[in-house]
Design a protein around this ligand. Structure first.
Ligand code: BG6
Length: 469
């Protein structure tokens, strides 16, 4: 018997949210519109106007998160509250909201972990070309400078862009390219290049200002399995790993394009234009992150193309190659169960993902999302028996502990989500929180906060530093 290594004594047991999914108050106190406010909402599902109304309930919500025992709370700042037009004049009321929120978090001794940009690009910038326009890079840097100036003394953990890789891989679906664009994928990878530059500049600026904290990226990273041990399937899995995962982190950490991903782009005529000086910005020593944050929910399995007309995209992951015959086909993984929403549940894949990132980059890691979306049921007497969520989280924390034992320097674990909020595409019915919010898709009811069974369980986990699961 060998005793497992413990989680660090200062382990950041946390939980996460994002501004547009939890705050509501979509047009209050001077907030500008974001692409999420203007986006298409699936029929019958909640929009992003009121969500969990955290904007008006933040004191109550933070008190509950303190009672949950959190050491850290990860949230995002809405760019459009600070700069309603994305750039130009600062909206003081927006700054004030986040100043109050951060004070409230600190009051309870919790550590704020702040995402600078979580999908909600200001619509005014989108109208001027969004990330296709290099001016958006400067707007981003101006925006984060305001965050550093105002909160840099008190916020010790900063995340740049949430899931840039998902925005790029779902680019066509999210409508981030202008209608009528000819080579959509090339344009998307041009936008990717600009986001990478914006991120490098934001990290460099943070380091230049010598603020007393750490900063890192927050992509969605997952191990990719080959469907069989056929070597062609192994190559397919390696290719997809580079395109989906390493393209983003190699640039952030090493300042270079991953060669496999670059070849993939070259073969298709999708490489971005790189201007003089870009690679120096991307490779600047101060642009290197202090840690890598990542979101993890499930794994994907791919196979080489069979070139027989049966290829299809490998899950939600591969929208960009969907229909691209001769590239990949979706693999089946018979060893994994699926959630009610069709996502694979793979705790061991969490361990392998932690190990892979650690091996490749040798930096501390921070898990910024992990969790289970379900149709929770509110029972008589304000009870929510979300045992399935407890099982999911327990299995993943166990594997995180094994990864720590394998030598991964894990700074913390922030499940999605702290409190119920609106899912990206699947409304309010797909709940993730430790705290139930009493509303339905289109009926706001009383928005009462109710502790789920997982609330008490997670409190106990935190109290035992992850030993009592
Ligand atoms: C991540 C996002 O992709 O997964 C979150 O960063 C999102 O914003 C979460 O809510 C869960 O996905 P979904 O689609 O179930 O809301």
């Amino acid at each position: 018997y060998k005793k497992l290594k413990d989680f660090r004594s200062d382990f950041l047991w946390g939980a996460s949210t994002s501004a547009y999914q939890v705050e509501g108050a979509w047009n209050e106190d001077g907030k500008g519109l974001s692409v999420m406010d203007m986006g298409h909402h699936p029929e019958g599902l909640a929009d992003f106007k009121v969500t969990s109304d955290h904007y008006h309930h933040y004191k109550e919500d933070i008190a509950l998160l303190a009672e949950l025992g959190l050491k850290a709370y990860r949230f995002s700042i809405a760019w459009t509250r600070i700069f309603p037009e994305g750039t130009g004049k600062i909206n003081e009321k927006g700054l004030e909201f986040y100043k109050n929120l951060i004070d409230e978090i600190l009051k309870y001794g919790m550590e704020p972990i702040v995402t600078q940009y979580h999908f909600d690009l200001p619509y005014a910038l989108h109208q001027k070309g969004g990330w296709s326009n290099r001016a958006t890079i400067d707007a981003y840097v101006d925006y984060v400078k305001v965050l550093y100036d105002n909160f840099g003394d008190r916020v010790k953990y900063w995340l740049t862009i949430n899931e840039q890789n998902m925005m790029i891989l779902h680019g066509a679906a999210l409508g981030i390219v202008a209608p009528g664009t000819e080579n959509i994928e090339k344009e998307i990878y041009q936008q990717n290049h600009h986001m990478l530059l914006a991120q490098a500049k934001a990290i460099t600026l943070y380091h230049e200002m010598k603020l007393p904290g750490k900063i890192g990226p927050a992509p969605n990273i997952t191990t990719i399995y080959p469907e069989t041990c056929n070597p062609d399937d192994v190559i397919a899995a390696m290719n997809w790993t580079s395109i989906r995962n390493w393209l983003y982190l190699d640039m952030c950490v090493f300042g270079r394009y991953n060669s496999i991903a670059w070849s993939y782009l070259e073969e298709r005529g999708w490489t971005p234009n790189i201007e003089d000086g870009d690679m120096a910005i991307l490779g600047a020593p101060l642009a290197k992150p202090d840690f890598i944050a990542f979101n993890y929910y499930s794994t994907a399995t791919v196979a080489a193309s069979r070139n027989d007309g049966s290829d299809k995209a490998a899950g939600a992951d591969q929208q960009i190659v969907s229909g691209e015959e001769g590239v990949y086909r979706q693999g089946e993984n018979p060893s994994l169960k699926l959630t009610s929403f069709g996502w694979t549940v793979d705790p061991t894949g969490f361990r392998s993902t932690l190990r892979e990132i650690n091996d490749r980059y040798n930096l501390p890691l921070l898990v910024t999302e992990n969790g289970l979306g379900e149709y929770d049921k509110l029972e008589e007497g304000d009870i929510v028996n979300d045992d399935y969520r407890i099982d999911y989280l327990r299995d993943h924390i166990e594997q995180a502990r094994l990864a720590v034992n394998d030598g991964v320097d894990l700074l913390g674990y922030c499940p999605w989500s702290a409190i119920d909020l609106v899912s990206t595409h699947q409304g309010f019915g797909k709940r993730y929180g430790f705290i139930y919010v009493n509303r339905e898709e289109n009926d706001l009811k009383d928005m009462r906060r109710i502790k789920k069974k997982s609330f008490g369980w997670y409190n106990k986990v935190i109290g035992s530093n992850g030993t009592d699961l």
